[in-house]
Design a protein around this ligand. Structure first.
Ligand SMILES: [Zn+2]
Length: 69
C-alpha cells in the first residue's frame, strides 16, 4: 500500500473532525481560555494564574476566582 494514500486519507479524516468540532455555531474558538490579563491593585505587577487564584509574584497579593468573576 502506498504511503501517500494512507497519509491523504488521514488528512481528510482530520479535516472532517475539525469541521465537526467547529460546526455547532460556536464562536468559542476566538474566546480566550484564560481570563483577561489582570494586574495587581497593590503594585501593578501582572498577576499570575495558578489553579483558581491569581497571584502576584512581586508582593504576594492574590485573589481567587470567586473574587474576579
Ligand atoms: Zn503585587
Amino acid at each position: 500500500m502506498p504511503c501517500d494514500e494512507v497519509q491523504r486519507t488521514h488528512q481528510i479524516q482530520q479535516r472532517r473532525q475539525a469541521q465537526q468540532a467547529s460546526a455547532p455555531s460556536a464562536p468559542a474558538e476566538t474566546a480566550p481560555a484564560t481570563p483577561a490579563l489582570l494586574y495587581c491593585p497593590q503594585c501593578s505587577a501582572r498577576l499570575r494564574e495558578q489553579r483558581c487564584k491569581l497571584l502576584c509574584d512581586r508582593c504576594g497579593y492574590y485573589m481567587s476566582c470567586a473574587d474576579y468573576y
